[in-house]
Design a protein. Structure first.
Length: 297
């Protein structure tokens, strides 16, 4: 029996927490707080005018984009450290001013972290595979909730940062395997081995390169990878979470892909959008990525 696809989208909202807030937005930019630093970053979706102009007067860091991709340069109003400690729930991680406008994690993913934490806590030591795991916050959230985690990313630097974050969180001895490899190659090998997981997180970029020069293109490569991930789900599997940032993708499209990949598993597919909500009453919201997730029940 194919999975049942939800009729209406689910809006997963990330609101302010102790170490992060979307303070204001407008004129194609967003003003955020990352711990003790206020940061201005481009956001074309913010067509409206800022509501709190005084907050914008002296940000600690401003990202000036160059070209159409995420590259650009940071301008700082005062000296800043290479990294500083942030946290979400019990997990800690480093914030960093990267060359690609983000700060070494994606705050809107906090809505997914909360969902993953709740899901993992309902299971008995589940095996979780996190593909394109980046600096590891989702892996650490799952490990802290009791999962045995396999974290895969093609970037040696990202995996090193993830291991630093594990130590920062007191999870250096947690059952986490750190794998630096092309996700497609790793998954194909796991399928051949007959490996199984109770949960899979699949958060691919629009475009990327593996450690051996392998080229990843979302629209060309995701369908086969999603099917292989479904093949890795165990008999007692609980979830497969798919997230994507590409402009031409959508929640219904991702739901259709998972419905095809999980056609023989039954269960349910929810889909929708991850949004950042401005801090304070009547805060405006910025949609930043789309998701679909298969759940066993």
């Amino acid at each position: 029996m194919p999975p049942r696809v939800a009729d209406i989208p689910d809006i997963m909202r990330t609101r302010a927490w102790r170490d992060y807030a979307l303070l204001d937005s407008g004129d194609g930019r967003k003003l955020e707080r990352y711990g003790r630093f206020t940061v201005v970053r481009p956001e074309p979706q913010c067509f409206w005018a800022p509501r709190k102009p005084k907050l914008w007067e002296r940000p600690d860091a401003v990202f000036d984009p160059e070209g159409e991709d995420d590259e650009g340069r940071w301008r700082f109003s005062k000296p800043v450290p290479e990294s500083w400690t942030l946290g979400w729930d019990t997990v800690k991680f480093h914030g960093r001013f990267t060359a690609f406008r983000h700060l070494a994690f994606f705050p809107e993913q906090a809505a997914n972290w909360a969902w993953l934490k709740d899901r993992v806590e309902q299971l008995e030591r589940p095996r979780v595979l996190n593909l394109f795991g980046y600096t590891g916050v989702a892996s650490l959230v799952c490990a802290a909730a009791g999962a045995q985690v396999t974290h895969v990313d093609a970037s040696k630097k990202s995996v090193a940062y993830a291991r630093e974050n594990a130590a920062l969180s007191g999870l250096e001895s947690a059952p986490i395997r750190w794998i630096t490899e092309d996700a497609r190659k790793y998954v194909a090998r796991e399928v051949k081995r007959g490996s199984q997981y109770e949960g899979i997180i699949l958060d691919p970029p629009k475009y990327g390169r593996g450690p051996g020069g392998e080229v990843w293109r979302l629209f060309e490569d995701l369908p086969e990878l999603a099917r292989q991930c479904a093949a890795l789900l165990s008999e007692n599997a609980s979830f497969l979470l798919l997230n994507a940032y590409a402009a031409r993708v959508s929640g219904p499209a991702l739901a259709g892909l998972l419905s095809d990949a999980c056609a023989k598993r039954g269960g349910r597919i929810d889909w929708g959008e991850l949004v950042l909500s401005e801090d304070g009453p009547n805060g405006r919201e910025i949609g930043l990525s789309f998701f679909a997730r298969w759940s066993a029940a």
